[in-house]
Ligand binder design. Sequence first.
Ligand SMILES: Cc1ncc(COP(=O)(O)O)c(C=O)c1O
Length: 292
Amino acid sequence: MPALAYLNGEWMAPEAARVPIWDRGFMFGDAVYEVVRVYLGRIWLEQIHFDRLERSLKAVRNPAVDLIAVRQAVLETLTKSGLQEATIYVQITRGVAPRKHAFPSPPVEPTILIVALPYDDAATANLRENGVAMISRPDTRWGRCDIKSTNLLANVLANEAAHEAGAFEAVLIDRDGRVTEATHSSVLWVRDGVVCGSPEGNEILPGTTRRTVLSLIQDTGLSFREERIGLPTLQAANEVLLAGTTIEVLPVIRIDGQPVNGGEPGPVGRALQAAYRRSVQHWLSTGTDNCS
Ligand SMILES: Cc1ncc(COP(=O)(O)O)c(C=O)c1O
């Protein structure tokens, strides 16, 4: 099945979709987005993703968007695409207006873009099995990383550095030397049997996968703690994990060339991967995701 795009009320091949140069998403990155995972033709964590989209829109003061209509368009795009294993990208910009920093007055119609893309999990499944390498980079992003905005240049540059170093991700280190998250995934670590992550707040995106993993931690008999740590503590952790919509739970086995857990995926990561799978399977068979 091919990819399918929806742009402002019309469906087309993604290659045919065009936005005007004055679109504020193009000019200013004045846009927010979501990426959802579709398993067997159904959207995983749909409510949580739409709640986060609503929160992002409010945070960028673009609350006039009809999210019920957007959600309907997302579902219609998925149905029309016929895709079973897919991702859906949703982007909402403040719309098209001559280039001026202040919001258009009167407001203009937002640009709504939805793209349903086939997703082949094979390569990622291999990474989940074997683990990935990560490098560290300074976190040069802005002060509102909790908003899922399309201003991703700092993430792009850090991720490219990882790519050039043959690593999968870059863990970002803030000005105080503390771990925040990675360029397109949440970072979790295990110390003394406790799963840990940096505190929620303006410095990190509230990840839907991290949230799911936290709910699974309780079911698995593990516990979770928020803590701020530096890079050396992360490198010395028993295990380090990445969490994200398509990667799910991914073991990190090397940071800046130093092995984590002897360079092998560890038992807590394995337990959480299995719990995550079970959770998806449970939702597919019952319609309940246990996470909302
Ligand atoms: C900076 C950042 N952190 C974390 C995540 C993981 O979020 P989610 O689990 O909702 O995919 C992403 C996903 O794109 C991201 O871009």
